[in-house]
Design a protein around this ligand. Structure first.
Ligand SMILES: Cc1cc2nc3c(=O)[nH]c(=O)nc-3n(C[C@H](O)[C@H](O)[C@H](O)COP(=O)(O)O)c2cc1C
Length: 172
């Protein structure tokens, strides 16, 4: 697909079939994250691919709202970055997540950004800490978000581009 078409087609898909993600597609999605640009080319991001159903269920419960779809995903990519390696871990991780989301869309793999950083668990604990504990990660690892993946069980209307609000653009 043309890049513009991929961008319009990308939607937050939260319902998935039980089909696994073909290994070659998963690899291409990860490659998109691995080649994403990073500040000073430090490449601090690491990717944990969770496919174990029990772990996906646990991760889906890490927030009160907005993480339930992880339970039904075929795989979820947790983007982690050591804050010791890069003060730009938020930016670097966000770009990697976006690249992977666009590649997944291009390959027909449904996906949805699940925010972890700045979010709380249902009982008010820090969601990043909760994910770190589940995956037994050291405290230096920061977690912007998780990208659940699955073959879409719903068809989402692509964006048309008409919602682009040019009143938010200033030329000076
Ligand atoms: C930074 C960021 C955080 C988001 N966090 C969540 C989330 O935790 N759970 C969720 O279901 N969707 C989340 N989303 C998806 C947005 O709700 C979604 O992108 C937005 O409503 C527009 O819909 P669309 O992606 O279908 O175009 C997030 C998106 C972004 C960019």
């Amino acid at each position: 697909m043309e890049l513009n078409d991929v961008m319009l087609k990308r939607r937050s898909v939260r319902q998935y079939t039980d089909e696994p993600i073909p290994a070659d597609k998963l690899e291409r999605i990860l490659k998109a994250g691995l080649i994403a640009p990073t500040s000073m080319n430090r490449k601090p991001c690491e990717f944990i691919v969770v496919q174990d159903k029990a772990m996906l269920k646990k991760m889906s419960e890490v927030k009160e709202y907005g993480s339930a779809m992880i339970a039904d995903s075929s795989a979820a990519i947790v983007v982690i970055a050591s804050e010791k390696n890069a003060d730009t871990w938020i930016e670097d991780s966000s770009i990697a997540l976006s690249y992977m989301s666009l590649m997944a869309t291009d390959l027909g793999v449904g996906n949805c950004w699940c925010q972890v950083h700045l979010r709380k668990t249902g009982d008010g604990r820090d969601a990043e800490t909760a994910v770190r504990q589940l995956l037994k990660l050291a405290d230096e690892y920061r977690i912007v978000g998780i990208l659940p993946l699955g073959i879409p069980a719903v068809e989402m209307k692509p964006h048309t581009g008409d919602e682009a609000d040019f009143t938010k653009v200033q030329y000076r």
